[in-house]
Design a protein around this ligand. Sequence first.
Ligand SMILES: NC(=O)c1ccc[n+]([C@@H]2O[C@H](COP(=O)([O-])OP(=O)(O)OC[C@H]3O[C@@H](n4cnc5c(N)ncnc54)[C@H](OP(=O)(O)O)[C@@H]3O)[C@@H](O)[C@H]2O)c1
Length: 136
Amino acid sequence: MGRDPKRAEAAAAELSRDTGNPRIEALTADVTRQRDLGQLADRVAREPLHVLINNAGVTRSRRELTEDGVEATFAGNVVAPYLLTRLLRPALAPGARVVNITGGVPKGGLDLDNLQGERSFVGCRSTTSASSRRWR
Ligand SMILES: NC(=O)c1ccc[n+]([C@@H]2O[C@H](COP(=O)([O-])OP(=O)(O)OC[C@H]3O[C@@H](n4cnc5c(N)ncnc54)[C@H](OP(=O)(O)O)[C@@H]3O)[C@@H](O)[C@H]2O)c1
């Protein structure tokens, strides 16, 4: 899955070529958009799912709100893996694995009163802090 259709298609074609597996399909979604996540889940849930890897990492140098009104790094790094996993839960096969990739937090804590960076926004730190602490 990628957010750019052309690059996603190219990656799928490369994977098919390298693995000899013709059943690799490119899907497109912007993980900061809840509507996209819903559409992605609808497509993916058509077959039993054995592995879900939430890998997309979103960084912004300044505070931006998504169309859902959520700060973008929080939307992409925290809301997206949670929401997608929840939407796909019924499709997970017995023994399926969900892998969440996150960034590390060198120092500093998580300000639970400022999850969406309304009081202060520190870019990359907001991203890594939000994603790492959420999944520990
Ligand atoms: N690199 C590191 O040192 C490091 C360390 C710790 C953890 N991580 C974690 O590892 C994961 C992958 O990071 P990486 O190093 O491979 O970084 P990366 O090269 O920047 O990859 C991030 C991926 O996320 C995609 N992405 C970004 N915003 C998106 C959106 N709104 N919707 C859909 N996809 C989106 C990017 O797509 P585009 O190509 O379209 O931008 C890219 O494929 C992240 O979760 C990151 O936090 C990385």
